[in-house]
Design a protein around this ligand. Structure first.
Ligand SMILES: Cc1cc2nc3c(=O)[nH]c(=O)nc-3n(C[C@H](O)[C@H](O)[C@H](O)COP(=O)(O)OP(=O)(O)OC[C@H]3O[C@@H](n4cnc5c(N)ncnc54)[C@H](O)[C@@H]3O)c2cc1C
Length: 394
């Protein structure tokens, strides 16, 4: 262990991915005097683990938060508006169609590719000289005192902070080091993602379609492309990933049908094992969890990062309300109380939706037709759909 004097910080963020980096921007925007550090295991300025080839659907409220933190002005031109959502069940006649115009809105939400999002965040963070980045680094030891968390990094560097925020994603090792326990449910499913080129325009329509191979979501992207999220059973994932590009495009076309037009090409594919991981506690002494480290949900309803943005907004609000009490008991307790209900609702509803989508019965098909992405983007639809999914409505 190093005997050098530890470097002092107000807040240390473990994990510089989507949630950790956005938190840093939001915190420094609210209080530029904060002394902040990010510890990131990846050496690159933009973590390729978090900012990979996926795209995310953002609800209107999330866009408002990104605007408040000075990020949306740069992101707006890179995002694609969702103006219509179509939910359908292959083999059944029913379909649900929603349009922004019905809600007197410009858009039901936006789709953002996370790679350019990473570049915008990184550029913003580079402007703050008091932000220190430790990378490639991980936390190897945590010692707690009344006023501080003392962190030892893998290279022996020592840091002292009033608040440690853990945003290391779903498999966070520091979360266990800090004493949190996690509940996990493995779904035995994978999400296969890729961008698809189209023979025609997409008219800003997002699709969610249940097929016999698994649910397929298509999110509209700029330049006449769709972002595909294809949920497949564990047993099928290797076969699907090993298809050559032409065979993969053909497979998706056959599985999805022609509602979204003709797919002409596919970009780089990636796949993710899917599970639900939720921490029992949101905070412990001078430590808070955030983003996937707190709630790692199935991407079926596109909720994960939207939920993380609400965590960030609340943490920033609590820190701004009590700047003298950074990491104190009252501040952390208020963060926990404010976030608990939203996290419970979203994790329970998303888990229920996964089970509905994994079920082939006709009754479940009806529930599916209520819409998933629709639930994320239209608040009015959220409660009835969630209640139906949880069996609280018939
Ligand atoms: C296929 C797919 C589609 C999705 N679609 C949507 C969507 O449409 N809408 C939506 O809202 N959400 C969506 N999500 C969820 C969204 O991607 C996550 O909510 C988001 O990535 C969470 O960010 P995070 O920073 O918490 O975690 P991560 O993105 O996992 O980032 C964690 C960071 O911590 C770093 N790290 C890990 N361990 C350590 C360590 N020990 N020390 C230091 N650093 C460490 C990693 O390198 C990484 O940079 C989707 C997810 C998937 C998989």
């Amino acid at each position: 262990m190093s005997t050098a004097t530890p470097q002092q910080f107000d807040i240390v963020i473990a994990g510089g991915g989507m949630a950790g980096s956005t938190l840093a921007v939001a915190l420094l925007q609210a209080n530029p005097a904060l002394k902040l550090a990010i510890i990131e295991q990846q050496a690159e300025q933009i973590s390729s683990t978090s900012f990979d080839s996926r795209s995310i659907a953002l609800a209107a409220a999330s866009v408002e938060l990104l605007a408040k933190w000075g990020l949306w002005a740069e992101l707006a031109g890179k995002a694609c508006a969702i103006k219509h959502i179509q939910v359908s069940d292959r083999g059944h006649f029913g379909k649900t169609q929603l349009s922004a115009a019905e809600y007197q809105q410009q858009a039901l939400g936006y789709v953002l590719e996370v790679e350019p999002f990473g570049a915008v965040l990184s550029g913003k963070l580079a402007q703050y000289k008091q932000l220190q980045r430790f990378a490639p680094n991980t936390i190897s030891g945590i010692t707690t005192t009344q006023q501080h968390q003392h962190l030892t990094l893998n290279d022996g560097t020592t840091l002292q902070t009033r608040l440690l925020v853990i945003a290391e994603g779903g498999l966070s090792p520091s979360r266990a080091l800090a004493g949190f326990t996690v509940q996990e449910r493995r779904y035995q499913q994978y999400a296969v993602i890729a961008n698809l080129a189209l023979a025609q325009g997409h008219q800003h329509t997002a699709f969610e379609r249940f097929t016999e191979h698994g649910p397929i979501a298509l999110l509209p992207l700029n330049a006449q492309r769709y972002s595909l999220v294809y949920t497949v059973e564990e047993a099928a994932v290797n076969r699907i990933m090993q298809l050559d590009d032409a065979a993969f495009v053909e497979h998706i076309q056959q599985a999805f049908g022609y509602r979204a037009g003709i797919f002409t090409a596919v970009g780089r594919r990636a796949c993710y094992p899917l599970s639900l991981r939720v921490s029992g506690d949101i905070v412990r002494h001078r430590t808070a969890l955030l983003g996937n480290s707190l709630h790692n949900v199935h991407p079926i309803a596109g909720q994960g990062f939207n939920l993380a943005l609400r965590d960030i907004a609340e943490l920033v609000r609590q820190l701004s309300a009590a700047p003298e009490d950074i990491g104190g008991y009252a501040m952390l307790r208020a963060y926990q109380q404010a976030r608990q209900q939203d996290i419970n609702t979203v994790t329970t509803a998303t888990d229920a939706l996964v089970r509905i989508f994994s079920n082939r019965s006709r009754l479940m098909a009806l529930a599916r037709n209520g819409g998933l992405l629709a639930m994320t983007l239209c608040d009015e639809l959220k409660r009835p759909l969630a209640e139906q999914a949880m069996g609280l409505r018939s």
